[in-house]
Design a binder for this molecule. Structure first.
Ligand code: RUQ
Ligand code: CUA
Length: 654
């Protein structure tokens, strides 16, 4: 039996036709080199923050050069600098399922003020283990991770409101929620329609320190909520979500979730919903979830287990939540810079549907409701749809705006970028993209004033674009110049993991405020050693704490004796340098987990359990000076029952 339904077979046939018929330039325009060339020592114009999908981290590129500047560890343990291994950072990966050292990052959301990027934080979600992380843009470090309770497959997350009041996150995979709610329930999967629920989570952001809090949740029908966006300008009090699987299927979704001609788009007046939640509507339910925050004084992450969350039912927020009839199995949803238009990519069609915010408001005012779904009113389609962009390519996924009246969408199946006029809905340009673009961005494309000079396509398939690297290869991004009438391909560059979503921020918003090293006098790590003379090794039972310092080009102490098999040795290394870009590393033979990279003024700790007697060399892994090779030492490990006493020092015989 063929699983290809009629529609899919047609799409596939069209794809094969269109893939062969493309004769666009595959190698970029003649002048491209000039436009992307950043001379040695000069800086790029934009920072580009890219979620690495199954890499679990966020990587940073310069635009227009495509240079890889850095990788920010977020949800994945990163042995290169000890993130997730160093004791200070471990709690960031705690969840109610235990320590989860990997993730699947999808959506990058920069913090905003008045609908514009403000350069404070980047938020990113983990789709698999529902979590949101906050990255501090002064240090490029993950400072907080928050688990989202009562939810599964948190793909549509973490969208950010105009003034970063809220992040909104929706479940893609509905899960059964016990009644009364709690920490899980054992029911047959076939009881999906009865027992499973979707969840919209509203996470409040503390404007002072960025701390996140699950303020309230809204239980919704068990559809797959896919992408979301907050409104902007006049629509800023609303948040919109696409969803598929209004069929409520739980198996073979590729067929069973594509039965209906139309799916539904969820629109929530979050301001109204929040006001109702704060009046005490809904129920406070018990459910455990982890909240991990780095203490800025100690730079040590700590986990707090939260136990409660307020959950609202649609009936609690009458007048604040509606469905709009949407295209079949939609994917991306994006709000135009003015906030007037909401566009949706109809994944299984060749059209983009554009809604008018004003018409939505009028339909609400006039009670233009065709039916209700689980108590949520569905507005009439003809009264909210502004226009259809026809010929938007095959498999339109995501949309972005240039702020000059044009929308651009990716077409996954036909591998192209399509440009159209917001006013007329007419396609004005199209360019092949190699291959199968998912998201696309224009710097500032989700703000009130996009910078509108470049467009970046995030391609899922690279195949022949780079030198082959065996069966597995990096995915790619493509940079286009969109300053003229026609798009011009400028550059291809490979990127880590699967590029899901990126955000570009002007360099000037970030580069001047960078922390270059940590002030040693403000390092309040409980194990800090601020002076070499304070370095020490302390035994308490089986636990040995090594308070060590590093400075060009030695450790204090660099000879340690009296460690025994069966001990738990905690190294706490403080980098005494007070200068930019002089990290020291720490690697020890037999260390089972990772090395450390210690930034000037910082302290990092790691635990070692020696298993065998011997003398173990350690050294600095970062080439810090001409005498870097000499930056080394030894730890002597004696038998468990030996009476060798703790002794330590540098430049003395023990
Ligand atoms: S998604 S390729 Cu994970 Cu944002 Cu559309
Ligand atoms: Cu310190 Cu090399």
């Amino acid at each position: 039996m063929s699983l290809l339904t009629g529609g899919m077979a047609v799409l596939l046939a069209m794809f094969m036709f269109s893939a062969c018929s493309s004769n666009d330039s595959k190698t970029g325009n003649n002048d491209a080199a000039n436009q992307v060339y950043i001379p040695p020592g000069k800086h790029d114009q934009f920072y580009s923050f890219m979620s690495g999908g199954w890499s679990g981290n966020v990587s940073v590129y310069g635009i227009p050069s495509g240079r890889h500047l850095y990788t920010i560890p977020v949800f994945s343990q990163t042995p290169m600098n000890g993130y997730g291994y160093a004791s200070e950072t471990k709690a960031l990966l705690n969840t109610s399922s235990g320590f989860v050292p990997w993730g699947d990052t999808h959506h990058i959301q920069p913090s905003k003020t008045d609908g514009m990027y403000d350069g404070r934080w980047i938020f990113v979600n983990d789709r698999n283990t529902p979590r949101i992380a906050r990255i501090n843009l002064k240090t490029f470090r993950t400072d907080e991770t928050l688990e989202i309770p009562n939810t599964g497959g948190q793909h549509a997350s973490p969208f950010c409101s105009s003034n970063t009041e809220y992040l909104s996150a929706a479940s893609e995979y509905s899960i059964p929620l016990p009644k009364p709610m709690g920490n899980g329930v054992d029911v047959p999967i076939s009881s999906y329609k009865k027992n499973f629920h979707g969840m919209i989570s509203m996470v409040k952001v503390n404007q002072h320190n960025g701390h996140m809090k699950v303020d309230f949740q809204i239980e919704v029908p068990p559809f797959d909520y896919d992408l979301g966006r907050f409104g902007l300008g006049e629509s800023k009090n609303w948040v919109f979500y696409t969803d598929y699987n209004s069929e409520e299927a739980h198996s073979l979704l590729e067929v069973n979730a594509s039965q209906k001609d139309k799916d539904l788009v969820l629109a929530i007046n979050w301001k109204k919903a929040a006001a109702i939640a704060h009046q005490g509507k809904g129920t406070v339910v018990s459910t455990d979830y982890d909240h991990n925050i780095v203490n800025p004084r100690t730079r040590w992450a700590k986990t707090t287990v939260e136990h409660k969350v307020r959950v609202l039912q649609p009936s609690d927020i009458k007048g604040a939540m509606y469905f709009l009839p949407g295209p079949k199995s939609p994917h991306g949803i994006n709000v135009s810079p003015s906030g007037k238009y909401i566009s949706i990519g109809g994944k299984l069609s060749s059209t983009v549907t554009v809604y008018s915010y004003n018409d939505i408001q009028n339909a609400i005012k006039n009670h233009d409701v065709t039916k209700t779904v689980d108590g949520i009113p569905v507005l009439s389609f003809k009264n909210v749809e502004a226009k259809q962009v026809k010929k938007a390519g095959l498999g339109p996924l995501h949309i972005e705006y240039d702020g000059k009246g044009y929308g651009y969408n990716t077409a996954f199946i036909s591998s192209e970028i399509v440009k159209w006029s917001l006013k007329t809905g007419k396609v004005v340009d199209r360019h092949a993209s190699y291959y199968s673009p998912g998201h696309l961005t224009i710097p500032g494309g989700d703000t009130r004033k996009p910078y509108g000079k470049y467009l970046i396509a995030l391609n899922k398939i690279t195949k022949d674009r780079y030198l082959p690297t065996g069966p597995e290869m990096f995915a790619g991004e493509q940079l286009f110049d969109i300053s003229g009438d026609r798009m011009k391909l400028l550059l291809d560059f490979p990127v880590e993991g699967e590029p899901h979503n990126v955000a570009e921020l002007p360099a000037s918003l970030i580069d001047t405020g960078q922390v270059k090293y940590f002030d040693l006098s403000k390092n309040h790590n409980p194990y800090v050693t601020r002076k070499e003379k304070d370095a020490k090794v302390v035994r308490k039972g089986n636990r040995v704490d090594v308070y060590m310092t590093a400075i060009r080009s030695h450790f204090v102490p660099d000879n340690i004796e009296g460690i025994k098999v069966g001990d738990e040795v905690h190294f706490h290394i403080t980098n005494l340098e007070q200068e930019w870009d002089i990290p020291h590393g720490f690697a020890l033979k037999g260390m089972q987990n990772a090395g450390l990279l210690i930034i000037p003024g910082d302290t990092r700790s790691i635990v070692w359990k020696p298993k065998k007697i011997g003398v173990y060399p350690f050294y600095c892994t970062d080439f810090c000076s001409a005498l870097h090779q000499e930056m080394q030492g030894y730890v002597r490990v004696s038998p468990r029952n030996s009476d060798v006493k703790i002794k330590y020092g540098t430049n003395k015989d023990l």
